[in-house]
Design a protein around this ligand. Structure first.
Ligand code: SF4
Length: 197
């Protein structure tokens, strides 16, 4: 069984077919244990808007269930350094979705960085490309690619997945819920954000 784990509901996009509109996210059960899952899928919202939540959760999952694969779902490729750092240090894989043509330029920068990093060999990289996006002759050999993606009505959960949330509040995660060492790692970037969280 896999766990789909909502870290936050916040997102910087307003996709017309967003699956989150089909779920009552606030009524999802809060996950109290990571034991027994083969895979934990971190999702949002856009988790990369608050990367310390990803680290906080990955550390907690590893402590409780060291064999579980941890995978991040994201649509954000605009910060390649952050993307590869999380992948290298905390995650087993990332599934990246390109929603619009505007995503292509940042994706190509990210793709070039990934290709230059042998340390990422063995990580799972999946790329969902929405219909209408053309990546031309971009070398996608690092990725398992799904092209021609379209919105799915009502977004049914796979039968081998349960959907829960990580925090009791998914809109405004209190800073006190984020482990101190994680706050220290990110003290330069999100100090203000942590205050706001
Ligand atoms: S990027 Fe994902 S979470 Fe954000 S609005 Fe689009 S589908 Fe929803």
């Amino acid at each position: 069984m896999n766990l789909r784990l909502l870290l936050l509901s916040e997102c910087n996009r307003t996709c017309k077919g967003c699956c989150n509109k089909d779920f009552d996210l606030e009524s999802l059960p809060v996950c109290n244990s990571f034991t027994g899952y083969e895979m934990v899928i971190l999702t949002g919202g856009e988790p990369l808007l608050k990367p310390w939540l990803i680290i906080n959760t990955a550390v907690a999952v590893r402590a409780e269930n060291p064999t579980a694969k941890i995978v991040l779902y994201t649509a954000r490729s605009v910060d390649p350094a952050l993307f590869v750092s999380l992948l290298e240090n905390h995650l087993d894989g990332i599934t990246l979705t390109l929603h619009t043509r505007k995503d292509v330029a940042s994706f190509i920068t990210l793709n070039n960085l990934i290709k230059s990093m042998p340390s990422l060999a063995g990580k799972s990289l999946r790329l969902n490309v929405f219909r209408g996006i053309n990546l031309g002759d971009t070398d996608l050999s690092q990725w398992k690619v799904k092209n021609e993606i379209q919105w799915i009505k009502e977004c049914p959960l796979p039968s081998d997945e349960v959907f829960m949330r990580r925090y009791s509040s998914i809109q405004n995660v209190p800073a006190k819920l984020v482990a101190a060492p994680v706050r220290k790692v990110f003290q330069i970037i999100p100090d203000k954000a942590l205050q706001a969280a």
